[in-house]
Design a protein around this ligand. Structure first.
Ligand code: DGL
Length: 257
């Protein structure tokens, strides 16, 4: 089983990419909807939540873990890897950095994400480690997550917010812009239209799925399972919108203390 987690529903954008490339792979998804957002929380809190979730996924027999949340990948991936040396743990930040390096042609790139992800500096670090010649511009776009949560995907207000956030990045003439937050692929069209034709807008899900495909040779056949720490009709609707079908989501409380 591949255990995939996110702070909420956004990680399903990563599940969707994995299912495109590895339709047979059995998925166990956990969305920490009761404690969302992670993007404005401290490193310590995000590490604590990530440890709890990985303990849950381990108890469910997941040997491979995908951290589909950029904020958790940025602030907790190394921490949880050290604590769980027997598990194979993939994270969207490493995959996203590789996707940027593969895509850029003029070596001027941008990464947008939550405040936690951007202020961690981890994207700059990982991209520079892969190619020190790449110039990297970053921007935290904290309003994008609540806009997606409100389903304000095709609204003039959202486009206005995008114009404000992306103005500087556009002026830098970046050729690649990475959506460094699981919610942002839902705003891909509006972000791409603001950035214009000369910028390729990419997400990390596809690269992560390719990495999984390379390294995972066989799967036991099992039914996919979806869990969340809180379930609302809104969450179920967003999940349907992302996956293009309804899935049964079970509620599970991780910290019963
Ligand atoms: N999943 C988070 C991320 O990718 C976005 C939502 C949140 O702030 O929890 O950074």
């Amino acid at each position: 089983m591949i255990g995939i987690f996110d702070s909420g529903v956004g990680g399903l954008t990563v599940v969707k990419e994995i299912k495109k490339i590895l339709p047979e792979a059995p998925i166990l998804y956990f969305g920490d909807t009761a404690r969302l957002p992670y993007g404005n929380k401290s490193r310590e809190t995000i590490q604590k939540y990530s440890v709890e979730i990985i303990d849950f996924l381990r108890a469910k027999n997941c040997k491979t873990i995908v951290i589909a949340c950029n904020s958790a990948s940025a602030l907790a991936a190394d921490y949880v890897r050290k604590k769980n040396p027997d598990l194979k743990i993939y994270d969207v930040v490493s995959a996203g950095a590789e996707a940027v390096v593969d895509t850029t042609w003029n070596k001027k790139v941008a990464v947008i994400g939550t405040s936690a992800t951007i202020s961690s500096g981890v994207y700059k670090e990982k991209i520079a480690a892969l190619d020190p010649e790449i110039e990297i511009f970053v921007k935290a776009c904290p309003l994008f997550v609540p806009l997606v949560e409100e389903d304000w995907i095709v609204r003039p207000e959202t486009k206005k917010v995008a114009r404000v956030y992306l103005k500087e990045l556009k002026l830098q003439k970046v050729d690649t812009l990475l959506l460094g937050c699981t919610h942002y692929p839902l705003l891909e069209k509006v972000i791409a239209s603001v950035m214009g034709k000369r910028t390729k807008v990419i997400a990390s899900g596809e690269k992560l799925a390719q990495k999984l495909k390379k390294e995972m040779l066989c799967f036991e056949k099992k039914e996919d399972m979806y869990y969340a720490s809180d379930i609302t009709e809104h969450f179920a609707k967003l999940a349907r919108g992302i996956l293009g079908k309804s899935v049964r989501i079970e509620k599970i409380e991780l910290n019963k203390d």
